[in-house]
Design a binder for this molecule. Sequence first.
Ligand SMILES: [Zn+2]
Ligand SMILES: [Zn+2]
Length: 80
Amino acid sequence: MTVFSDKTIKEGWQRAGGRCECRLVPHEHLGGRCGRTLTWENRGKESQDGWEAYCRSKICDDDALWNLEILCWECYQNAP
Ligand SMILES: [Zn+2]
Ligand SMILES: [Zn+2]
């Protein structure tokens, strides 16, 4: 779980356009970004369009937009 408030997550979701924001180089995403289309209701679900809020800083004590990344389930599982 993360410290993010619903407000921050909604802002992050809008910034992401409902798509995975993963840019992790080891994932070798085409075009540099994953961009998988996600479904808002499927947060925390292990499915094709499931996703989770990822902490960029890995410290997860800062409820801020810069610290948040919307990741699809697969990327989230493979994130450091
Ligand atoms: Zn992804
Ligand atoms: Zn990825």
